[in-house]
Ligand binder design. Structure first.
Ligand code: FPP
Length: 261
């Protein structure tokens, strides 16, 4: 059974991470960019373990974006090798820890052996009840939104799509909204990652480059975000909202009445 003594109260349930800064980390040490990915892949295992220990329910990691296909061939093949290695090395630990593993995105360019490893681990862990660990690989959020819309149009021609229809057509609909989006590496962008799902996510940008990102920093981010008040766009109770709307209407009428001034 999992030790829950490390769990953080009010922890963000779905945490998504843009693991950025590998290339710059390596270049600053006079290494090639791929070395940064090698070192970054070691961090992945540690952060997965920490997320599980702290009580995160879902962890979605941006491992390869749809735009990353434009990188040099050796860099792409290194990322493929690292993914394969992760699947082999971490397989038993994932199963033993009751983790549900998935990959979302367009994986059609991956070697057959890696695809087999992915499908095997996905089906073995499908009914697991622990951390939902998802790798976004060959993933782009705009593609995901378009795929969902197009699926809907085909199934329901002429009908208007609702928010529920759209999100139920996503690659892993049960993951739901992102509560906290972290980006390492110092840039403050979302880079086509979980755009719809992050509409109300807390954002956290750290200058730490991914290979230097430690479980300790991850934990302190989770602790600080768990204390933030999240209002989801609302600042008042429903009755106050009705009152605010009435006031806004009076203000609009008064402004319209003064338009000639
Ligand atoms: C961005 O850094 C990172 C990526 C494109 C890939 C992230 C991949 C890993 C952390 C390792 C893969 C491991 C597994 C297990 C799949 P960047 O190269 O864009 O860094 P830069 O902004 O410094 O150039």
């Amino acid at each position: 059974m999992q030790d829950t003594s490390k769990h953080i109260p009010n922890i963000p349930e779905h945490v998504a991470i843009i693991m950025d800064g590998n290339g710059r980390w390596a270049n600053a040490r006079a290494h090639s960019r791929v070395w940064g990915h090698v070192r970054g892949s070691r961090v992945v295992s540690k952060i997965v373990e920490e997320a599980d220990d702290l009580g995160v329910k879902a962890l979605t990691l941006y491992a390869f974006s749809s735009e990353n296909w434009c990188r040099p061939k050796d860099e792409i093949s290194t990322l493929f090798v690292l993914l394969k290695k992760f699947l082999k090395v971490e397989r038993n630990r994932i199963i033993e820890n009751d983790i549900m593993f998935r990959v979302v995105g367009d994986t059609s360019g991956l070697p057959k052996e890696t695809l087999n490893l992915i499908h095997d681990l996905e089906s073995t862990t499908r009914s697991n009840n622990g951390l939902k660990l998802t790798f976004a690989f060959g993933y782009g959020s705009r593609n995901e939104i378009l795929d969902s819309v197009n699926k809907f149009i085909q199934a329901h021609p002429g009908e208007a799509i609702t928010e529920e229809d759209l999100s139920s057509g996503f690659y892993a609909p049960d993951l739901g909204d992102v509560d906290l989006l972290i980006r390492t590496g110092g840039d403050q962008r979302i880079s086509n990652f979980l755009l719809w799902q992050s509409a109300y996510a807390e954002l956290f940008f750290t200058a730490t480059k991914w290979p230097d990102f430690k479980p300790k920093e991850f934990k302190s981010i989770l602790e600080s975000v768990s204390k933030r008040e999240r209002r989801f766009g609302a600042v008042c109770a429903k009755g106050d909202l009705d009152h605010s709307k009435q006031e806004a209407q009076i203000n609009r009428e008064s402004l319209a009445g003064n338009a000639h001034v």
